[in-house]
Design a protein around this ligand. Structure first.
Ligand code: HEM
Length: 428
């Protein structure tokens, strides 16, 4: 952590229990970067679980922090709409983006920001590719490619785990799902970073550069569509979209939205789970020992990482009518944020929630994939690739050592790491 981030983190920790409740703006992005957000959620769960922030850089919004209340919102898609966006948008940044990129920012965000009846058929068009049956066909290729990536890692010298492993593996799986040209696979996490970051963060230097990346991505996927639509139907995602009744006539705007959704949905999330597992196993060495002693714990360890890390800190909705939750009235038109990161730490549902415990009784009991009609359609892909990578890691490297604090993302949405220094001391 650099000095400025550390000073701010110390001040934040002091302020957690003394800041007047009405002044708490949980989405303040710095707290996610300096890792001081969890105590704020603890306080809100105790003192004000349905919390209103009247003024912020994101406008006014409600924060839902307890497990049960989050479930109530997530499973009621009639009262809580996704159509006006599922993240909190920084208003100034959005105005700037509109000015600079208006022309090129076509496409929207795909079916994740649609309500019924539009959402269902589009989701159905991609779900067979992402279902266990199809994944079983792809998994040997993913395993072989994962092995190659791991075999190329340096031994005995420091490297960035995020860049060399987390991004590389997610790029590889997504390229396999899209049947995207394999040698260009690193473009996928690059575009995802370009979509998700504001200038000055991640690799994004300027709005201009961001705009060019969006344009390049849309052109590349337009070309893939043109190839697939004229070929025999295949098992990859683009071919499925080009041939499925519900999607083959969609306009290019909508196709671009779907592509953005799949690239972003499949990228940051899995990437940050891979990084999160290395971080957590190093912070909890007794759990790392348990995993080495019994590799059958890989799958529950993956689920525990998905809970503990919570790669997407929140999803948000807009109320379509007045709704009462926890004794407060959420008005029609209000923005509501479901903090999965807080729900996953709710001590009334998860025992000892701050601890990373890989052999919990119910490892899949977490809210990181959401609930209801938008529940992550890629959850099996995520579990498949994370399990494969860990099985392959354990065969090769008994220890992967974290050798410094990671740099965290500047985002209250994507909860993860920009870089993470590690050393692999030796091969098995
Ligand atoms: C650990 C990894 C992952 C996490 C934590 C995660 C999390 C989520 C969450 C929280 C949602 C929204 C739920 C809601 O609004 O209620 C979602 C939706 C979605 N995810 Fe994932 N995701 C992961 C991996 C993936 C992967 C690998 C893909 C694609 C290859 C993917 C594609 C999608 C899509 C397309 C949606 C929209 C579903 C809909 O609107 O019906 N995700 N994901």
């Amino acid at each position: 952590m650099n000095i400025a981030v550390k000073i701010e983190a110390d001040a934040e920790r002091e302020a957690v229990w003394t800041t007047p409740l009405e002044e708490i703006n949980p989405a303040k992005t710095e707290r996610f970067q300096n890792d001081t957000i969890l105590p704020y959620f603890e306080r809100l769960r105790q003192e004000d679980p349905v919390h209103f922030t009247a003024e912020s850089e994101f406008g006014p919004y409600w924060s839902i922090t307890r497990w049960e209340d989050i479930m109530t919102v997530d499973t009621n898609h009639e009262a809580f709409s996704s159509a006006e966006g599922i993240g909190l948008a920084n208003r100034e940044a959005m105005a700037e983006q509109e000015k600079v990129m208006g022309e090129r920012r076509r496409g929207g965000a795909g079916f994740i920001t649609m309500d019924e009846p539009d959402h269902g058929p589009r989701r159905k068009a991609v779900s067979p590719t992402l279902a266990p049956g199809n994944l079983a066909k792809m998994s040997p290729v993913v395993r072989e490619r994962a092995g190659e990536i791991l075999d190329s890692l340096p031994i005995g010298e420091e490297f960035d785990w995020v860049d060399k492993v987390s991004k590389e593996l997610t790029a590889m799986t997504l390229a396999t799902l899209f049947d995207f040209p394999f040698e260009q696979r690193r473009k996928l996490p690059w575009w995802s970073d370009m979509f998700m970051n504001l200038p000055g963060h991640g690799p994004v230097e300027s709005w201009q550069q961001k705009g060019e990346a969006v344009f390049e991505c849309f052109n590349a996927f337009q070309e893939l569509w043109n190839q697939r639509v004229n070929a025999e139907p295949g098992i990859d995602l683009i071919s499925m979209l080009a041939h499925n009744d519900a999607t083959r006539d969609m306009d290019m705007n909508e196709y671009q939205g779907t592509v953005v959704l799949l690239i972003v949905g499949g990228n940051d999330t899995t990437r940050n789970t891979i990084s999160g597992s290395i971080y957590a196993l190093n912070k909890y060495p007794d759990q790392y020992d348990k995993l080495r002693a019994d590799p059958r714990l890989v799958l529950p360890m993956v689920s525990e990482t998905i809970r503990w890390q919570t790669p997407l800190a929140h999803m948000s909705r807009v109320a379509t009518r007045d709704v009462e939750i926890g004794g407060k009235t959420i008005k029609k038109g209000d923005r509501v944020v479901m903090w999965y990161l807080s729900g996953n730490r709710d001590e009334s549902v998860i025992e000892n929630p701050n601890a990373f415990i890989i052999d919990r009784e119910r490892p899949r009991q977490h809210m990181s994939f959401g609930f209801g009609i938008h529940r992550c359609v890629g959850n099996r892909v995520a579990e498949m690739q994370l399990t494969i990578i860990w099985e392959e890691i354990l065969k090769r490297f008994p220890v992967i050592t974290l050798v410094g604090e990671p740099v965290r993302n500047y985002s209250s949405f994507v909860h993860g790491f920009e870089s993470m220094p590690v050393i692999i001391p030796a091969r098995a």
